[in-house]
Design a protein around this ligand. Sequence first.
Ligand code: FAD
Length: 323
Amino acid sequence: MGRKVLVLGEAREGALRHVSFEAIAAGATVAEGGEVVGVLVGKGVKNLGDELIHYGANRVIVTEHDDLDSYTSDGYAQALLAVIQEEKPEAIIFGHTALGKDLSPKLAARLDKGLISDVTALEAAGGNLVFTRPIYSGKAFEKKISTEDFIFATIRPNNISALEKDTNRTGDVKEFDVEIKNLRTIVKEVVRKATQGVDLSEAKVVIAGGRGVKSEDGFKPLEDLADVLGGAVGASRGACDAEYCDYSLQIGQTGKVVTPDLYIACGISGAIQHLAGMSNSKVIVAINKDAEANIFKVADYGIVGDLFEVVPLLTEEFKKLKV
Ligand code: FAD
């Protein structure tokens, strides 16, 4: 029997964000043998439909509109509500991204449904679907089951594995016309602050700098290491407050939450608010001059030393491994 699950595919600059494929995999678990329907909202996104199918969606619905070119919660909510009305799904899965965090509570309220947010693991156990999510800034995890038949969940990027891509998979990619009206927000221009390259929230490797980098230029060795490892650069609030980097790089309780395979903290003391954004990384390496720094308590590997000596050495060694 199973459920019909609607999964939002998130596109950015003409490409799908990887969390979309992870959401499809979560959707397949929630569907329990039912149907996974991918949804694409935007403008010029139809060509991305097949990729959702390759990652496991049974079919894809595309809602395109001039007013959906840039994200607005108003516009996307209207489009998705129209799709939901038409499809009558029994579950909805979004990525727990900036967009997902903004849109999901709005939709849940409109649908009068509960929302299980920031899910890091999902399993079928004892006849229930059990959702694991962090609480108390990642210091503990709770397991939740939905008390309603309807399930609405957002999944944290980099935690649920995507299914294997299979380009032989086929499925319908259908356009669905929506009417967008009375938008209260119009996006006139999008000014990108973050540097180009790997998206921090989805990066498999994050090299983060703290106040210990001492200046804007102090981030250069971290950027070099990130380049070699194909990772993204992040920062503590200490570094952002000191104007060494942009706030878009901030990781922590009031910044981004990241769960990379490898997190290298350089010159970061390990304040509780910083740990809230990175302590669930799979492997944590800390580089700090102070052997008593709190960051070493969560680190799998600790290097007591000057980051300006250690980071370039690491970069050189990783370069050798690449040749
Ligand atoms: P510091 O605590 O000053 O640490 C710098 C570290 O660098 C030290 O451990 C030092 O030994 C080391 N160091 C110095 N020179 C070198 C060198 N050459 N080589 C190696 N190591 C060196 N913080 C966040 O990060 N994210 C948040 O989201 C966040 N939200 C907050 C929300 C609230 C409500 C509040 C009150 C605070 C928040 N903070 C947040 C701030 C947090 O409490 C800390 O002040 C901040 O994380 C400290 O940044 P830091 O570790 O870079 O700086």
